[in-house]
Design a protein. Structure first.
Length: 303
């Protein structure tokens, strides 16, 4: 398996962007089988460069996360990135986890502060980490991993000091040893461009900054998602979603069109890659990649 820093470093100056996919550990055996036996194989036809597997609030899916990372790498040959958070972990526990991750031949970690289980205010664990930059530094000192971090084009929902203060935290994470940045989802590219220009221009961040994109599948679902993560729905998009209402098939097709246009503009602006929040489904992401000329039409799946 490759280091993700090498995947980005090996990207040709003018050519195919780096494509990455995010999955979450399913709650049921049926969901797990669908992900491993149907959705991921369908997405592999589009030749993604790597995937990431999320880590539930407070580390609630820790064992499943590592199991999926292992199975994806061994059974599908796709480089996988394990999420790791500060929540509910001491330094000793994180050290033991890093040994386990290394033993699975996983070379890549997304270092996050993370969310406490059940929501609420984040509180550092005694003997643990208060900031993700501390986690990044700890991982960097413990072994040869490629470390990614999260970026927030609209600022982190919990950062009361505002988005520019949050962006300076990103600079600290990169200074601590992060190799690249994957952003939170957003729907207005202007937010991403402002974020990118600030952290590269004013703060001097020089690692790849990769936009995170989601194709809307339901007006109700995306409203809940954005409320949880603090991303905004622009007025024109909100108006369209309100008009679609409970028609999920219409929302699905509109989501593909909107994400295609968003990704096309991002690629024309020179982003190094696209990170897709797949919701553990192949169809919409494959449709977007096909529309962009990054996957063949015959690779489209059913939904």
């Amino acid at each position: 398996m490759q280091f993700i820093r090498d995947i980005y470093a090996g990207k040709p100056p003018s050519g195919r962007p780096i494509i990455s996919l995010e999955f979450f550990p399913p709650k049921t055996g049926e969901g797990e089988r669908s992900l491993l036996e149907k959705q991921i194989p369908a997405l592999l036809a589009a030749r993604p460069d790597f995937c990431s597997v999320t880590y539930g609030a407070g580390g609630s899916t820790r064992d499943k996360t590592l199991m999926l990372v292992d199975q994806i790498q061994r059974n599908h040959g796709l480089t996988a990135l394990a999420h790791l958070t500060c929540v509910n972990h001491t330094r000793e526990e994180v050290g033991a986890l890093l040994e386990k991750i290394h033993a699975l031949n996983c070379k890549n970690i997304l270092a996050l502060r993370g969310d406490p289980p059940g929501g609420g205010e984040f509180k550092p664990t005694a003997g643990g980490f208060e900031y993700s930059s501390q986690l990044v530094r700890f991982i960097r000192e413990k072994g040869d991993f490629s470390i990614g971090v999260a970026g927030f084009p609209e600022g982190h929902i919990a950062c009361a000091a505002g988005k520019q203060a949050d962006w300076e935290h990103l600079q600290a994470k990169v200074a601590a040893g992060a190799d690249y940045v994957l952003t939170q989802l957003f729907f207005d590219n202007a937010d991403f461009f402002e974020f990118r220009d600030y952290v590269t221009g004013k703060l001097g961040v020089r690692v790849p900054i990769v936009p995170g994109v989601i194709a809307i599948v339901s007006a109700t679902q995306i409203t809940k998602f954005t409320q949880l993560c603090g991303a905004k729905i622009p007025p024109a998009l909100r108006q369209k979603l309100d008009a679609i209402g409970a028609n999920d098939e219409a929302a699905l097709q509109f989501g593909i069109e909107y994400a295609t246009e968003q990704c096309d503009a991002l690629l024309r602006a020179g982003v190094p890659g696209l990170h897709f929040y797949t919701l553990n489904k192949a169809y919409s992401t494959l449709e977007v990649l096909t529309n962009l000329g990054l996957a063949a039409p015959e690779e489209r799946g059913s939904h």
